[in-house]
Design a protein. Structure first.
Lengths: 116, 116
C-alpha cells in the first residue's frame, strides 16, 4: 500500500536559521510529489511539485525540495526562515497509474514554528 | 480568477441532522476532490468526481456520506444523520481536465463542521 511519512510532527527553529522538513514515501509505482503549506484556519497552498525532470525543484517563498528515488524521499528545505513561515507543511503523493491516480495521499503534517 | 470556493466556512449541526457542504471549483476545472482533515491528522481522500460522474469513492464511508457534482452548480458533499465523529475540516480541491495524477489540485479554505 502506498503511504507518506513525515518523520517530524513539530519543528521549532529560530528566525534566519536553515530548516529541513523530512518526507518519505512508500509506493510500488511511480509517483508525483508535492509539498503544500497550510496557515491557520486556511486551505492548502501549493509550495512546489515534482512531476519529472530535474530532481531539485524550487517553489514559492524560497523553498526547495529534492527528489531522491533510491531513498524514496522528498525533503523540503529553506536556507533561512522567516517568522511568516510559521505554518503546517504537508507532503503528498499522487500516482501515474492505476485507479487511484486522481487522489493525493498526504502525510500527517509538520508544524514549523519560527521563533524570533 | 476566483479560487476554489467552499461554503459555509463553519457549520454547526446537532447529532442526527444533515450537513451539506458546497464547493465551486476554479473556472475551467472539471475535476473535484473532497478530503477530510481530523485533528492532528493529515488530509484523507474521500471522493473524486467529474461532472455528473463519480470517478473514485474509495475513501468515502459506506453509510451516511454521499457526493455529487452536477452538470450545473457546485459539488455537494452530504452527510446524513451526523455524529460527533464527523466533526472535522472538509476540504475541496479542483484541477483542470487531463491526466489525473499530475494535475495540480487547488484547495479551498475548507468547511469546519462541528457536531454537538
Amino acid at each position: 500500500a502506498q503511504s507518506v511519512t513525515q518523520l517530524d510532527s513539530q519543528v521549532p527553529v529560530f528566525e534566519e536559521a536553515p530548516v529541513e522538513l523530512r518526507c518519505n514515501y512508500s509506493s510500488s509505482v511511480s509517483v508525483y510529489l508535492f509539498w503544500y503549506v497550510q496557515y491557520p484556519n486556511q486551505g492548502l497552498q501549493l509550495l512546489l511539485k515534482y512531476l519529472s525532470g530535474s530532481t531539485l525543484v524550487k517553489g514559492i517563498n524560497g523553498f526547495e525540495a529534492e527528489f531522491n528515488k533510491s531513498q524514496t524521499s522528498f525533503h523540503l528545505r529553506k536556507p533561512s526562515v522567516h517568522i511568516s513561515d510559521t505554518a503546517e507543511y504537508f507532503c503528498a503523493v499522487s500516482f501515474l497509474y492505476g485507479g487511484s491516480q486522481g487522489n493525493l495521499i498526504f502525510g500527517k503534517g509538520t508544524k514549523l514554528s519560527v521563533k524570533p | 480568477n476566483a479560487g476554489v470556493m467552499q461554503n459555509p466556512r463553519h457549520l454547526v449541526r446537532r447529532r442526527g441532522q444533515e450537513a451539506r457542504l458546497r464547493c465551486s471549483p476554479m473556472k475551467g476545472h472539471s475535476h473535484v476532490y473532497w478530503y477530510r482533515q481530523l485533528p492532528e491528522e493529515g488530509l484523507k481522500f474521500m471522493v473524486y468526481l467529474q461532472k455528473e460522474n463519480i470517478i473514485d469513492e474509495s475513501g468515502m464511508p459506506k453509510e451516511r456520506f454521499s457526493a455529487e457534482f452536477p452538470k450545473e452548480g457546485p459539488s455537494i458533499l452530504r452527510i446524513q444523520q451526523v455524529v460527533r465523529g464527523d466533526s472535522a475540516a472538509y476540504f475541496c480541491a479542483s484541477s483542470p481536465p487531463g491526466r489525473g495524477g499530475q494535475n495540480i489540485q487547488y484547495f479551498g479554505a475548507g468547511t469546519r463542521l462541528s457536531v454537538l
